[in-house]
Design a protein around this ligand. Structure first.
Ligand SMILES: Nc1nc2c(ncn2[C@@H]2O[C@H](COP(=O)(O)OP(=O)(O)OP(=O)(O)O)[C@@H](O)[C@H]2O)c(=O)[nH]1
Length: 205
């Protein structure tokens, strides 16, 4: 399988775009403008194999042609489910998404599905405002058979890159051999990404 599709899911403002942009550009963009869901493409070499990575970044705002969570889950080979450690409601949302992924992927062999769902507690730099203990995240990850990470898109490039690289490797080994389904939305080029980064709309933190 040369095409790897990874969906980055989670509640509003948890840092999904920040994590993706950090991985793709090495930069932390504090305010990222995006008013529609999109797919970023990256060609990667993993264990000497060339892979085409597609990273899906949903949009939390209502927008035209918006795909449903079910469609996003059916589309992807791997999932990065993000919450903000300083926002308990985002943790509850992430927990519900993990459960839904598990429900919809019931038919997938356990060993294949174990390694392609990551639960990520983002904004670790805000630990002075922490509302979700690391142990709680670890517990939900263990229950949902996910790998667990706590990191900061703002401060940790290496950790973010390692996390995505590991996801791509696991998804490429998973052999899930899904029939290819309709994309949840249009794709976005690096040029569009750069445009979003520099033509940014102000968002409050
Ligand atoms: N302190 C801190 N802020 C972060 C971090 N990651 C993202 N943010 C901030 O959180 C806010 C939301 O980040 P986004 O990347 O837009 O989050 P999102 O999940 O893509 O947001 P929506 O698409 O609107 O749901 C922005 O103000 C970011 O600067 C982080 O690791 N630490």
């Amino acid at each position: 399988m040369n095409d790897i599709k990874v969906a980055v899911l989670g509640g509003e403002g948890v840092g999904k775009s920040a994590l993706i942009v950090r991985f793709l550009t090495k930069r932390f963009i504090g305010e990222y403008a995006s008013s529609s869901e999109c797919i970023y493409r990256k060609r990667m070499s993993v264990d000497g194999r060339q892979l085409n990575l597609e990273l899906y970044d949903p949009c939390s705002q209502p927008c035209e042609g918006k795909s449903t969570l079910n469609e996003q889950i059916h589309w992807a080979d791997g999932f990065v489910v993000v919450y903000d450690i300083s926002d308990r409601s985002s943790f509850l949302a992430a927990t519900a998404i993990v459960h839904l992924i598990r429900e919809l992927n019931l038919g997938v062999a356990k060993r294949d599905s174990d390694s392609v769902v990551f639960l990520v507690g983002n904004k670790q730099d805000l630990c002075h405002m922490r509302e979700v203990d690391k142990e709680e995240g670890q517990r939900v990850a263990a229950d949902g058979r996910c790998q667990f990470y706590e990191l900061s898109a703002a401060e940790h490039y290496q950790e973010v890159a390692l996390m995505f690289s590991k996801m791509v490797r696991n998804a490429s080994l998973g052999g899930k051999a899904k029939e290819r389904r309709r994309r949840p939305s249009g794709s976005k080029s690096m040029a569009k990404l750069i445009n979003n980064v520099f033509g940014k709309r102000r968002k409050s933190v």
